[in-house]
Design a protein around this ligand. Structure first.
Ligand code: PGA
Length: 251
């Protein structure tokens, strides 16, 4: 099967510090992004979304979402609000939120459902804290995928993008081996196939994330099961991020 268009997502996390810097970074990225071959998404901090959306050339994502549309939920943001501010994607279940904000698989499942119901494309992040020789970490990935998608109807599952992000590879400058990323992506598709069948599962996009940069992007994108990249640190550097996009355009 031919590969779908690559999806390259830049997760800015809690950066940059000012609106001015955010505008200049988005401007730089918009300049390099000029291709039919790749989908590029920028996920800035939520307050910048409305400001950056004026840049029509880019697609935007949020870094988290709540599971209700309105009500007494102090501090939360809904999918319709994010859409109105220009987001078409949302990262859900990033390991930093699992770690620092207490997101559980059950909460993540509700967020994914709310996103899909409101036409935001969720990027569900899964990945083990550590790899063990016996492969027990596959069990962790399996349950993160199964529970994360558990609120969706069968027909909704294909709307989700999965990002395989081994926690030990995030921000560590120690990316996974590309064959391990490929194996995990295949494993994720096989897990999903149990609910939707092989054909639908194979058509899904599974991204790799964890210390991706301009140098190693190609080796991941060349892997058969890897449909794109979720980039943290390197997405804040226009040069580095553009070389990742250029690489996706070449392949
Ligand atoms: P990193 O982050 O590219 O800085 O490792 C990836 C991520 O957290 O999504």
């Amino acid at each position: 099967m031919a590969k779908a268009k690559f999806l390259i997502v830049g997760n800015w996390k809690l950066n940059p510090k000012t609106k001015k810097e955010a505008l200049s970074l988005a401007h730089g990225v918009a300049k390099i992004r000029s291709s039919r071959a790749v989908d590029v998404v920028i996920a800035p901090p939520a307050p910048y979304l409305g400001i950056l959306k004026k840049n029509q050339k880019l697609a935007f994502g949020a870094q988290d979402v709540f599971w209700e549309s309105e009500g007494a939920f102090t501090g939360q943001i809904s999918a319709p609000m994010l859409r109105e501010m220009g987001a078409s994607y949302v990262i859900v279940g990033h390991s930093e939120r699992r770690l620092f904000a207490g997101d559980t698989d059950e909460m993540i499942a509700k967020k994914i459902k709310h996103a899909v119901s409101n036409k935001l494309i969720p990027i569900l992040c899964v990945g083990e804290q550590k790899r063990d020789q016996d492969g027990a970490f596959f069990g962790i990935i399996k349950s993160q995928v199964e529970v994360g998608l558990s609120w969706l109807k069968k027909g909704e599952i294909s709307k989700v993008v999965i990002a395989y992000e081994p926690v030990w590879a995030i921000g560590s400058r120690k990316a996974a081996r590309s064959e391990d990323a490929n194996e995990a992506a295949l494993f994720i598709k096989k897990t999903i196939a149990q609910r939707v069948g092989t054909k639908a599962a194979r058509a899904m996009r599974v991204l790799y994330g964890g210390s991706v940069d301009g140098k190693n992007a190609e080796m991941f994108l060349k892997e058969r099961e890897v449909g794109g990249l979720l980039v943290g640190g390197a997405s804040k550097d226009v040069k580095e991020f553009s070389s990742i996009i250029a690489c996706a355009q070449r392949l």
